[in-house]
Design a protein around this ligand. Structure first.
Ligand SMILES: Nc1ncnc2c1ncn2[C@@H]1O[C@H](COP(=O)(O)OP(=O)(O)O)[C@@H](O)[C@H]1O
Ligand SMILES: [Mg+2]
Length: 255
C-alpha cells in the first residue's frame, strides 16, 4: 500500500525549475532512496513534501490525504518528520532534552514524553550520552540525535537528508543500523543519500533526479546499471565498482 504519493510535482524559483513534474510512490514500510547529483532538486523535493516550500504545481498525498501546500507544522502532525542536511540540534540542551522536544509534539504529559524519548534514544545508540550537551557531540552522534528527535514525533514517514554524509565508516554503519531498526518499527523511510554503499543494501527502491527531473525509478541493482543514471550521476567507473561490490551480503560502507 502506498503511504506517500508524489504526482507531477513542480517547484520553480524564478526561472529555475528545481523540480519538474516529478512523480513517484513510497510504499508503506519501505525504504526509498532519493539520489542524484548536487543541485538535482532532492532537498527541494523534501521541502515540498514536508511543507517548508509550497509546490508550484502537482500534489503530495500522505495516507490518502492531500497535504499539498499545508504548513510544515500540520504536515508534521499528520506524521511526516524530517532531518536536515546541516544538523542543527539545540546546542545548549542535553541529548535527552533535545529528543524530548520531539516527543512533546504529541505528548504534553511529561512521563509519556520521557518514555518515548528514552526509546528513541536507545534506538539511535545514544543512551550513554543522555546528559551530554549536544553542542559537544561528534558529528556521528549529532546526526543520530537529529534522527532520534525526528523519531520522537512518532512519524509514519521520516525524511532523512544526507544522514550519512560526512561520517566515518563506523558511523555510517551505525546509521545504517538505525535506519534498519526504524524499518523494523514499521516506519517508512525516504532518504537522500550520496553514499551508495550505505543506501544500496537497505533501499527497496531508488528514485533518481537530475536537473529537477526524475530519470529513473527502480530497484538499486537495476539503477546502478541504468545508462542514463551512469551518464548523469555515477560515471562508468563508480557504476562498475557498485555492480561488482554490491553483493547481497556486502554491507561495506567504507566510502
Ligand atoms: N530557496 C531557494 N531559492 C532559490 N533557489 C533554490 C532554493 N533552494 C534550492 N534552490 C536551487 O534549486 C536547485 C536544486 O537545489 P537542491 O534541491 O538543494 O538540490 P540537491 O539537494 O539535489 O543538491 C539548485 O539549483 C538550487 O540552487
Ligand atoms: Mg540537498
Amino acid at each position: 500500500m502506498t503511504l506517500l504519493e508524489v504526482r507531477n510535482l513542480t517547484k520553480t524559483f524564478g526561472a529555475l525549475m528545481a523540480n519538474s513534474e516529478v512523480s513517484f510512490d513510497v510504499e508503506r514500510g519501505s525504504i526509498v532512496g532519493l539520489i542524484g547529483p548536487n543541485g538535482a532538486g532532492k532537498t527541494t523535493l523534501f521541502n515540498c513534501v514536508a511543507g517548508l516550500y509550497k509546490p508550484t504545481s502537482g500534489t503530495v498525498t500522505l495516507d490518502g490525504e492531500d497535504i499539498t501546500g499545508l504548513p510544515s507544522w500540520k504536515i508534521a502532525r499528520l506524521g511526516v518528520a524530517r532531518t536536515f542536511q546541516v544538523v542543527r540540534p539545540l546546542k545548549e540542551m542535553t541529548v535527552f532534552e533535545n529528543i524530548l522536544v520531539g516527543a512533546h509534539m504529541r505528548h504534553r504529559e511529561t512521563a509519556k514524553a520521557a518514555e518515548i524519548a528514552t526509546r528513541c534514544m536507545e534506538l539511535c545508540f545514544l543512551s550513554s550520552y543522555r546528559d551530554h550537551l549536544s553542542g559537544g557531540l561528534t558529528i556521528g552522534n549529532k546526526k543520530r540525535l537529529e534522527v532520534a528527535r525526528a523519531l520522537a514525533t512518532e512519524p509514519k514517514l521520516i525524511l532523512l537528508d544526507e544522514a550519512v554524509a560526512g561520517l566515518t565508516s563506523t558511523e555510517v554503519k551505525e546509521m545504517v543500523e538505525v535506519i534498519r531498526r526504524m524499518k523494523d518499527e514499521g516506519i517508512t523511510v525516504l532518504m537522500v543519500e550520496h553514499i551508495m554503499e550505505a543506501i544500496m543494501p537497505i533501499a527497496d527502491k531508488l528514485v533518481v533526479l537530475n536537473s529537477g527531473v526524475k530519470i529513473c525509478e527502480d530497484a538499486p541493482r537495476a539503477v546502478v546499471q541504468n545508462p542514463e543514471v551512469i551518464r548523469a550521476y555515477f560515471g562508468e567507473k563508480y557504476s562498475r565498482r557498485l555492480r561488482t561490490e554490491g553483493k547481497e551480503d556486502d554491507h561495506g560502507c567504507d566510502a
